[in-house]
Design a protein around this ligand. Sequence first.
Ligand code: TMP
Length: 208
Amino acid sequence: MTSEKLFITFEGIDGSGKSTQAKLLADALSQLGHDVVLTREPGGSTGAEQIRALLLEGDPERWSAETEILLFTAARRDHMETVILPALEKGQIVICDRFADSTRMYQGLSRGNLRGMVDALTKLTIQQEPDLTLLIDMDPNTGHSRAKGRETKEERFENFGVPLQEKMRAGFLKLAEEFSDRIKLIDGNQDIRSVQAIVYNLVMGVLK
Ligand code: TMP
């Protein structure tokens, strides 16, 4: 096993294909002999998966954006303490499906401007930012119908409708400019294999 401490995140709107790409990347890196941990947010640890159910199921109006920031951050802190930091300390490559950029967007932008609160809490309780973030850009209508088509219980954010996805897409594109050193924008409106090849080349560039 090759030891390469590296923290990679995938971001994008719902139905952008990032979970599929995260899995394909994890498989490809493992085949090359890298020691990889594939995880996700909200969740990724026992405690955080319990918080996930509170956040993703039920009435869209169940929590205010402020309460959501606290819950997502609590889940992230547990995930950091129990999964991400121990893996990075062992020299593993951590691939995480969503991270703090999702909170910057979904809670920081969706219902008023709460970006300052997200950034302050992230700085105080999380500290760590990814080394590389792969942002899969997707048409909001396509993304929304794909996500709704999955028919799971975890539809709280999808149930805010296409307008939320449009807002999130615009926000993510701006975020990629703001953090242009670590966020790489990828056009997700192409076939899985083409996106996979772009992802792979970007990661190889960082690994070298
Ligand atoms: P997923 O569908 O990628 O598993 O993500 C679940 C939902 O959680 C998705 O609609 C985005 C939302 N979310 C937030 O609102 N804030 C966050 O910080 C994270 C990690 C996810």
